[in-house]
Design a protein. Structure first.
Length: 272
């Protein structure tokens, strides 16, 4: 049973889908789709997505599962060029973990050490169809039962990737910079990005920064191309995070050594 409503609008050159969550928050709901039937053009499908804010990571996993399953259905009708764009409200990290209104499941603490976008990159986007019909990483998170819930089978990435950095490309900064994260996404399927940039960087026009991507159609559907994109982006993010940790650890070590020397000198243990 889907949590996401798909309202399809037929366009001359393809289709646009607006998935919005049901009025009952965090509850799945059946929907009926109207699928575009124009086979004479390159069909381009955009998911204009706004995920629920007050349900936690588990709810957003259901949204991803619904969109991925719908995406596969559309690919079978020759709609191969697709994009997921919008505010996915991936904020279950940092000080938001302390608020039960935003993090309402066990993943609130099980993802400690990673931001929600990083966790989704490694456990959702990383798992593609060549890895198996069941997303074992999501299954191991302990929120779904393989026998009872179809989410672990539906949340297998058909080939989407986000060209932006899931850690450093921050789209929302709040509470005097005590909280920040990548809440907005541009996920591409059979589209290769050529350039990307962020707009509204100083947050003057909105509380979110905008993401702009210039992309081209990829005629040959190559799974290895997608996996290469995802692995490269994950590797870049992991490397940059590692450098951040190294610099942070070095600064902490220097400050700790200075405070220790200062304490020892005041106690007369050493002379400086």
């Amino acid at each position: 049973r889907r949590i996401t409503q798909f309202a399809t609008i037929v366009l001359p050159s393809g289709g646009a889908v607006n998935p919005t969550q049901s009025s009952k928050r965090c509850k799945r709901k059946n929907v009926n789709d109207q699928n575009p039937r124009d086979d004479d053009v390159d069909r381009f499908l955009v998911y204009n997505t706004h995920a629920e804010l007050f349900c936690g990571i588990t709810d957003r996993l259901r949204v991803f599962a619904d969109i991925f399953e719908h995406s596969r259905e559309q690919s079978r009708t020759n709609t191969v060029y697709q994009a997921i764009m919008g505010d996915l409200n991936t904020l279950a990290h940092s000080i938001a973990r302390l608020g039960g209104a935003y993090c309402r499941d066990r993943l609130r603490w099980r993802t400690l050490g990673l931001t929600e976008p990083e966790w989704l990159m490694r456990n959702v986007l990383w798992w593609t169809e060549v890895d198996g019909p069941v997303n074992k990483r999501v299954l191991e998170a302990g929120q779904f039962d393989e026998a009872k819930d179809s989410v672990v089978r539906e949340i297998v990435n058909p080939g989407f990737y986000d060209p932006f950095d899931v850690y450093h490309d921050v789209t929302l900064t709040n509470y005097r910079s005590l909280f920040q994260g990548k809440l907005d996404w541009v996920l591409l399927l059979n589209l290769a990005h050529k350039r990307k940039r962020m707009i509204n960087v100083h947050l003057r026009d909105s509380d979110h920064r905008g993401l702009v991507v210039h992309a081209r159609l990829v005629r040959d559907r190559d799974e290895q191309v997608h996996r290469g994109n995802v692995r490269r982006i994950v590797r870049q993010t992991t490397t940059s995070r590692t450098l951040d940790y190294m610099w942070g650890s070095l600064i902490i070590a220097i400050m700790s050594s200075f405070l220790l020397l200062l304490f020892a000198s005041r106690k007369g243990y050493i002379e400086i």
